[in-house]
Design a protein around this ligand. Structure first.
Ligand code: F6R
Ligand code: ZN
Length: 188
């Protein structure tokens, strides 16, 4: 079957795509064990399993040569002093990259390699971030009231490895400090 080129729109001011094949919502309960302040985590969860982030995916066959695209929306908020964030992952095919373009809001991408290199890049509207192969990545919304909205694209055969981060966490955390956003070592 021949594939035909297609377009879709990013609808501003929200930045959401006009075409969505799959909508994922991840709530507080999906990030059990990931936030530093476990008491604050449990206290929040006892009140409500609140929505941390959403992903709007455009489906393509998961084959080499294809690309997967979509929009990620991380909502503003904190657990204790730690900003809302995505689970974060390595790609199962470690040697695959990803490109993020920030459309809206303020945030950072926390990244690391299996060898222990770390990087944190700021995201604001117009920034394009290249995540090279082998780098795990987690988006963090550091805005007080505005969503962090990014457009992502990555090779369709990448797959996801969530387990490594679930077990070990990232080496860096992003906290709200007296002087603003603080990047600290994860000693946990
Ligand atoms: C895909 C990718 C993004 C994330 C999204 C949600 O490889 O990096 O589409 O999937 O930002 O984050 P996770 O998947 O870590 O829950
Ligand atoms: Zn990814």
């Amino acid at each position: 079957m021949t594939d035909f080129p297609f377009t879709f729109d990013l609808l501003f001011p929200q930045g959401l795509p006009s075409r969505v094949d799959n909508h994922i919502q991840r709530r507080l309960s999906a990030l059990r064990g990931q936030f530093l302040d476990q008491h604050a985590y449990q206290a929040m969860l006892d009140v409500e399993d609140c929505l941390l982030y959403e992903v709007y995916e455009i489906r393509r066959p998961e084959l080499p040569g294809e690309m997967l695209m979509g929009i990620s929306v991380v909502h503003p908020g904190k657990v204790g002093r730690e900003f809302f964030m995505t689970k974060g992952h390595y790609h199962a095919v470690l040697d695959t990259c990803e490109v993020y373009t920030c459309l809206k809001g303020e945030g950072v991408m926390v990244m690391e390699t299996p060898e222990g290199e770390t990087a944190v890049e700021k995201l604001s509207p117009g920034k394009v971030l290249y995540v090279p192969p082998r780098w795990a990545h987690r988006s963090v919304c550091t805005g007080r009231a505005e969503d962090l909205v990014t457009f992502f694209v990555y090779p369709a055969h990448s797959g996801h490895d969530y387990g490594t981060i679930e077990q070990r966490g990232f080496r860096k955390r992003v906290l709200d400090g007296p002087k603003g956003v603080e990047i600290v070592d994860n000693d946990g």
